[in-house]
Structure formats: structure tokens, C-alpha cells
Design a protein around this ligand. Sequence first.
Ligand code: KG4
Ligand code: ZN
Length: 348
Amino acid sequence: MADEPLVLGIETSCDETGVGIVRGHTLLADALASSVEEHARFGGVVPEVASRAHLEAIVPTMDRALREAGVTIADVDAIAVTSGPGLAGALLVGVAAAKGYAVAAEKPVYGVNHLAAHVAVDTLEHGPLPEPAIALLVSGGHSSLLRVDDLARGVVPLGATIDDAAGEAFDKVARLLGLPFPGGPYIDREARAGDPVSIAFPRGLTAAKDLAAHRYDFSFSGLKTAVARWVEARQRAGEPVPVADVAASFQEAVCDVLVGKALDACRSSGIDTLVIGGGVAANSRLRAMAEQRAEKHGVRVRTPRPKLCTDNGAMVAALGSHLVAAGVAPSRLDLPADSAMPLTVVSV
Ligand code: KG4
Ligand code: ZN
């Protein structure tokens, strides 16, 4: 509808320069420039390299998004930008750009939380999010379970990883299997040819003694170590490493815990909507397992299409649009780039 807000979103928290444009819940443009290849040989994102790449990409990516949507900056009702959490230098580029465009075009600007944006992006696919909902947020830097009563004003953390993030575990295990960075998509692909029950890897924080204190928390570092020990034992014995089986069994262990705890949160709170967001939500096994198990419990799973799960500008625009529609006031022009922005703060 033409009277819905036209919102442009800018994302630069990690290695993707994203600019998305939405009208209400409709995606009009999603331009992306990635520096992932510049980081691949280091096996992880190099912050200085990412910042410089954002600087080079931000204006062309803005132009591309506006062209794709067939609008000009003058048509836009508001600009949203990732204020945090993320890499400080990378965030600064997006925040500075958003302020520049906002001042030049006299537009309100919303500094938003990257993690809430991973949840909000699903509205572009499935429409308004029923509230309350449980959200499982799984990315390269975060793994959390949240209760979402009002996405425009705050979320309630139920639990989080106590060590590695789920995506980080995928990336580390991929590395020890000799797969490229970032490893999530490569494990996903390898696992399709493997047997997920061939190796019994541990399910962190699921034993009765852990559940009392960590019912909704995650731990993936023990799993990562178990995979490393298993692979080393094979290599020491001079036997080939069955990469597909290891990938499938590891992936099964991660998904089993994520889905189990997310559905437990739904059950115990009587909430029948589970939204899954973040880069790991692109995982094909996680999506299939969540659907399968949720159905038995009468829970509806909402997961955006894989391209919208990983970092992009559309997710920031989607959250911005939600904030405008909810009547939330814009940020001040001195809004910060906050690398440690708390999960509970949706906009600054
Ligand atoms: O949300 P995201 O793009 O960036 C952060 O905010 O961290 O998430 C990136 C993470 C990486 O660890 C990557 O390996 C993982 O998401 N990932 C996947 C898949 N696609 C991306 N993990 C498992 N399966 C996938 N298909
Ligand atoms: Zn992310």
C-alpha cells in the first residue's frame, strides 16, 4: 500500500555491506556487497579489512538499492541503520553514512539492533509477527533464545550460549575438516551425503544436572572439541576422515539442541509461534528438523528464506519499518555505533 512507510536500511556490522528498501512489509530492494573473499585466507573476518571494504562499497550499494527499488532518497520516509552489536569500525561506516544521508535529505534516522533485525526480517516473508513469540537467534556471533512480546520496544532474553555461538561452531568445525570459510554452508552441503547418526557427538547443556541452571542456555565448545578429538584419532590411526559423516553428525547435534530448547521454551510458556533468524537459520537441516518437531507440538515455525537469514540491509529496513509503524520515536542524530549493544535494546 502506498501509505505504508518507505524505509531504507543500512547494515555494516560485519563483512556484508547491505542496503535494503521496504515499503511496509514489502521488500523492494536488497543490495549487498560482501568482503568475505578478502577474509577467507585468514579463516575469519579481519576487522580493519571489513571497515575499508564497507567504505568502498557503501555509496555504490546505496545507489544500487535505490535504483533497484525505483525510488530516490527524497522518496524515503526514514533511514534505519545497524547501531550494534558488531565490529566497531565496520558499524561506524554504516552509522556515519546513515547520518550523512539523513542530514542531506532531511530524513529521520533509526539506530537499530542487528539481532532484533534478524527477527524482524521474517515479516517480509510471512507478514506481521504474532506476539508473543519465541525467537531463536543463531548467527556467527550470537546464539540466543528470546521471548518477543513487543518487537518494537524490547525483547526478553531467556538464554544464550555460554561459550561459542552456533555459527562459530560451524565455522571452526569446517576449518578442522578442511572446508572453506565461512564454514556453515559447506557443512550443510557436505552433510547431505553423510549419515547423521554415524557418530554420537555430545549435546551440550542437555543433561538433567545442567538443565536446572541452564535450561535455555547453549554450549557448543565441548561439541567442537569432541569433533576435533574424533578427527585427530582417525588421523593418528592413519585412517581417512569421513567428512560427510562428521559434518552430518556434528550438524545433527547442533540442530538437536537448538530445536529441543526452542520448543521447550514454546511449550513452557504456552507460545505457539517460533521464529528462527540469523545466518545459521539458513541451515537446511535446522529448518527441516524445526518444522518436523514443531508440528507435533502445534507450534508454527517461521523462518525467512535463506538469503534473508544471513546479514543484509533488508532486515534493517524491515525493523525500521516496524518501528515507524509502531510510532517509536527516531534516534538522535548523535546516535552511537555501539559494538556491545545489549540484546534488550531494539533501537537507540
Ligand atoms: O547472521 P550472519 O550472516 O552474521 C552474523 O551476524 O554473525 O551469520 C553468519 C554465520 C556464519 O557462522 C556462517 O557459517 C553461518 O552463519 N551460516 C550457516 C549457514 N549459512 C550461514 N551455518 C550453517 N548452515 C548454513 N547453511
Ligand atoms: Zn547477523
